[in-house]
Design a protein around this ligand. Sequence first.
Ligand SMILES: Cc1cc2nc3c(=O)[nH]c(=O)nc-3n(C[C@H](O)[C@H](O)[C@H](O)COP(=O)(O)OP(=O)(O)OC[C@H]3O[C@@H](n4cnc5c(N)ncnc54)[C@H](O)[C@@H]3O)c2cc1C
Length: 263
Amino acid sequence: MRIAVLLKEVPDTYSDRTMNLETGLTDRSGDVVADEVGERAVEAALRIAGSAGESQVDILSVGPETSVGSIRKGIAMGATEAYLVSDSKLVGADLTLTAEVLAALVKRNGYDLVVAGSSSSDGASGVIPAMVGELLDYPALTNLTDLRVEGTSVAATQASDGAVVELACELPAVAAVSDEFPDARFPNFKGLMAAKKKEINAVTLADLDVDPEDWTHARAIVVDIAERPARERGEIVDGNSQAASKLVDFLESKNLTAKEARS
Ligand SMILES: Cc1cc2nc3c(=O)[nH]c(=O)nc-3n(C[C@H](O)[C@H](O)[C@H](O)COP(=O)(O)OP(=O)(O)OC[C@H]3O[C@@H](n4cnc5c(N)ncnc54)[C@H](O)[C@@H]3O)c2cc1C
């Protein structure tokens, strides 16, 4: 079985994450790492490959050239090949373009199963797996807490509000794993050495025949970005005799009728 894992590099969640207000882009000048949910996706893919017999797990990523360090983590864990699509025309790529590029790479390489994270820790849109599925015409199983593959049949468990949903489909398919999936394994020495030497396959938009300036496709453009205003300090109401009436005044000022509360 050929399995692709969608893995992106993100600013480290332990550091201060900000947007660059000049460029409107994610500030990547601090520490960057492979996204944790993406690492869980690599782990899930390796486990499926391990029980499926002859299989290959490849890492696919869209991002700056500097992402190679994070992608190598997937190789160190046990993935075979890694492909990074990096192109100056992808700076500021929106969701649609990112999904188009990933889908084109999946199509070009040919995979039975695409495993992604449910939602990245930086953009957190939570839609790329479904968009990739739609573009490839593959069923997309999202927000999963469990994923099983037997032969060409996929069975998965999805966490939903107040319910546990069992899903099934046939390969090829896209599966998006949630944070409830097992932690990524620690790479062993052999894996670390292999990752160090491994050449990351560089892919361009021309290779994939994707045109970011094709405005017949849906594209969103950032037109402005501003720092979120700091939260105003709230008023502290002491528990004195005025407290109840102050609270009622506050509710009324917000149009939250409190006439009955006053009486
Ligand atoms: C108009 C516009 C402009 C933007 N400009 C920028 C920008 O300049 N810089 C920037 O960082 N972001 C930018 N973004 C956000 C950018 O589109 C998203 O970072 C990216 O498309 C993925 O979104 P996400 O991480 O929210 O995806 P999610 O749907 O939350 O990701 C879910 C999963 O999909 C996979 N995945 C998502 N993205 C990738 C990827 N790139 N490579 C491999 N796998 C992936 C991973 O498995 C991930 O866990 C822009 C968005 C818009 C709308």
